[in-house]
Write a protein that binds this ligand. Structure first.
Ligand code: NAD
Length: 412
């Protein structure tokens, strides 16, 4: 398989040529600061020992402590974690929050673990990385197949090791142990704010918009619920087992309770099921991928009919697909902006933990909107200056410029 990390660094190099950043400064962003791979032996419920592999990549901490989620998925690899850690560095700079970038993961199929095995594995991860993480050092958070419960176990294990109650060591925790109001829906709400700003710029009225959402987990499901409640027509949704499509619009509340009872969105209310591949090629205004990387790639890019790709997932559009999509006039609203709501509210959670003072939901949501609106304006203005429709390029320019300035004043 070609290296995903190489692909994104090539993208960075291309953008580097457009902006006034010295090559040696860019060099700092071409490699992670630290890469850690550990073995995680745990005793399974049947008494046998199984050894999993855990990763943490600390990419850059020039603008603040390392920050990034932990992914539990069978496809997790060092190459993927490096890529995700790079994107976190860019994202935190685009969002203008005082963090660097990191990411972690375990190659595991959580659906095959019991709850007790999952807890043991999570605690083993916390023990393995306890000397590398910390509130001023590196702050993990949830990602694919990692939940607030998993964050609570991480925090608890870390607290036992350090002999201190340290809620600020992870974000995305349950409210009972220092989580923030609004964290569970923050990524989706942020994506929704960004979508509305884009539509306003394009002067596209709500009634003309149809939406297809791939992935019905934390991000995709909450996004579909928020968009539907705001009066947008969501015509298709999917999860790992497949999708459903109704050109007249889905009743998202109904789909949600169907998913809660059956475990999937498929076979809903007599509708025809569609595959995840077909969902991506539907004739919709906005396609919102909210599952995994590279789902829009060289093979299917020419068949994408959406006018806008709203990247709720990290890296859903492969770099090789991007040029073709631009040529076909598709506007790609990049992940580093669209899904930054999650890390922004994680930042608010960390601030609340450090202050031991907790905010109400209104304050969280209005602060999120303000932070993202500023980020959006900066990216959009930068794109206009470049005189193109490359929003990812513009977001990278904003981020690299901010990191380079911090680097300059710190003098490394
Ligand atoms: P999740 O585990 O809650 O949900 C993932 C969803 O994707 C599930 O509905 C699953 O069924 C579906 N899925 C899995 N494999 C699939 C496949 N092959 N085809 C279609 N769907 C598939 O994860 P999440 O937290 O919602 O994360 C989704 C994406 O959003 C990831 O790219 C993640 O990195 C990104 N993201 C998440 C957050 C956050 O706060 N959770 C923040 C920023 C970015």
């Amino acid at each position: 398989m070609p290296s995903q990390f190489k692909g994104v660094i090539n993208q960075l190099n291309k953008i580097g040529q457009l902006i006034n950043v010295a090559s040696d400064q860019l060099e700092i962003l071409r490699k992670p600061d630290r890469v850690i791979e550990i073995s995680l032996p745990i005793v399974m419920d049947n008494g046998l020992i199984k050894v999993f592999t855990g990763y943490r990549v600390q990419y850059c901490n020039i603008r603040g402590p390392y920050k990034g989620g932990i992914r539990f998925h069978p496809a997790v690899s060092l190459d993927e974690v490096k890529t995700l850690a790079f994107w976190m560095t860019i994202k935190c700079a685009v969002a203008d929050i005082p963090y660097g970038g990191a990411k972690g993961g375990i190659a595991v199929d959580v659906k095959k673990l019991s709850r007790a095995e999952l807890e043991r594995l999570t605690r083993a991860y916390a023990r393995g990385f306890a000397d590398f993480i910390g509130p001023e050092r590196d702050i993990p958070a949830p990602d694919v197949y990692t939940t607030p419960q998993i964050m609570a176990w991480l925090m608890d294990e870390y607290g036992h090791i350090k002999g201190e109650n340290t809620p600020a060591v992870v974000t995305g925790k349950p409210l009972e142990v220092g989580g923030s109001q609004g964290r569970d829906t923050a990524t989706s709400l942020g994506g929704f704010y960004i979508m509305e700003q884009v539509l306003a710029k394009l002067k596209m009225p709500k009634k003309r918009v149809s939406l297809a959402v791939q992935g019905f987990g934390n991000v995709g499901m909450n996004f579909a619920v928020i968009a539907h409640a705001a009066g947008y027509k969501v015509v298709a949704v999917s999860d790992s087992r497949g999708g459903i499509y109704d050109p007249n619009g889905l009743n998202i509340e109904g789909v949600l309770s169907h998913k809660q009872t059956t475990g999937s969105v498929i076979n809903y209310n007599g509708l025809k099921n569609i595959t995840n591949e077909k969902l991506l090629e539907l004739p919709v205004t906005i396609l919102a991928p909210a599952a995994l990387e590279n789902v829009i790639n060289e093979k299917n890019a020419g068949r994408i009919k959406a006018e806008i790709i709203l990247e709720l997932a990290n890296g859903p559009t492969a770099p090789e697909a991007e040029e073709k999509l631009h040529k076909n006039g598709v506007l790609i609203v990049p992940d580093v902006l669209t899904n930054a709501g999650g890390v922004i509210v994680s930042y608010f959670e960390w601030v609340q933990n450090l202050r031991h003072y907790y905010w109400e939901l209104d304050r969280v949501e209005s602060s999120l909107e303000k932070q993202l609106t500023n980020a959006f304006k900066k990216v959009w203005q930068t794109m206009e200056k470049q005189n193109n429709r490359d929003m990812r390029g513009a977001a990278y320019i904003v981020a690299v410029d901010r990191i380079a300035r911090a680097l300059k004043v710190r003098g490394i």
